[in-house]
Design a protein around this ligand. Sequence first.
Ligand code: ATP
Length: 433
Amino acid sequence: MKLMVVGSGGREHALAWKLAQSPRIQTVYVAPGNGGTARDPRLSNVELPELAEGFTPAALAALADFAEAEKVAFTLVGPEAPLAAGIVNVFRARGLRVFGPTSEAAQLESSKDFAKAFMKRHGIPTAEYETFTDADAAHRYIDAKGAPIVVKADGLAAGKGVVVATSVDEAHEAVDMMLGDNKLGQAGARVVIEEFLAGEEASFIVMVDGKHVLPLATSQDHKRLLDGDTGPNTGGMGAYSPAPVVTPQLHARVMREIILPTVRGMEADGIRFTGFLYAGLMIDANGNPRTLEFNCRMGDPETQPIMARLKGDFAKVVELAIDGRLDTVELSWDRRTALGVVLAARGYPENPAKGDLIAGIPDETDASVTFHGGTTLRDGKLTSTGGRVLCVVGLSDSVRGAQATVYDTINQISFEGMQYRRDIGYRALNRKH
Ligand code: ATP
């Protein structure tokens, strides 16, 4: 059986790596893939010229042509852009098996206004908010509410569309940037302004087949560039699983108050949700969860430690999800903690460097695996292509042990200006002591 994963990051490498472990798999195509997926003999990169322009209608058609010609049994979509562009709609219209939400369902992520209105309508706990297209009205709202306050571009802005403003001036500037100067284009032509929520964040990711919901292991991401959650926001600098902040009681509550009402609410609104559903949660000091955002795909880097812990035949799980049979699946997890640390390019996130030679990645062991993100393999040489270059995952019975394994591995790896956090997992450690 041949499968395809769409995307080129660490998340997609981890998904393809896990799928390739299934006994019935001949090859897993990765479109377009990266240096790590090029190096793995069980994986095969797909170079379609149409993909150079992003996920245009022509690119989606070329991917569907490829899946048809190669008799791909099913396609798993990693990032949000092709989902929002309608890859699932295109594949389904051509009778091709695919796991992910349609573009209509992907609005839970691609439009913050859609997501907030949906949550309000269905009583799902989230921050108070208002949506604006008029800058004057937005400025008046900020003056009335005061700081801290959060300003968000409505559309997809690759992590640049959220400003957590600690002062009223900063919030006004964010509104001017999005609505006035049009810096984010169409994505910022509408803004959501919402109440600041304090607490600890956690990622809650489930698989949905339209009706049934299967939770994955819990995880926690580290969004800021520098240790102690300081510095600019990034795509994510590291993650670990499980996340002890999500106790069994909280898990049950999130399923009852957030996840199930979301899936039922989408069905009631006439948009069946299929795919990975990711609720970004803020858990306050009293242990009450609220939804910061929805993503309609897995997180990067949460996928890397989650896949490292998942046992059994993942391809079978995705097949059953596509068939609407998730109620028959029980997942089993490695009991160890998996902890992933991202090695980012120099200059990331503002101005990431490219073309640096990468050396020293050790072979995978039972306790350590390195997933590639921004890498390419040319003439046997592995070089960086920017952003988040690698994600090193370690597994151990303790968070501290997993950290030790990861940082030992990192000491063997080198590329010019490599930057990474030294404290991934610190919240879990604080909690246990
Ligand atoms: P992602 O890259 O995770 O998809 P995004 O651009 O969709 O991010 P959000 O997840 O909504 O944006 O916000 C990014 C980050 O901003 C959150 O992870 C959180 O740290 C912070 N944040 C967002 N909303 C709030 C809020 N209401 N109160 C406090 N912090 C918030």
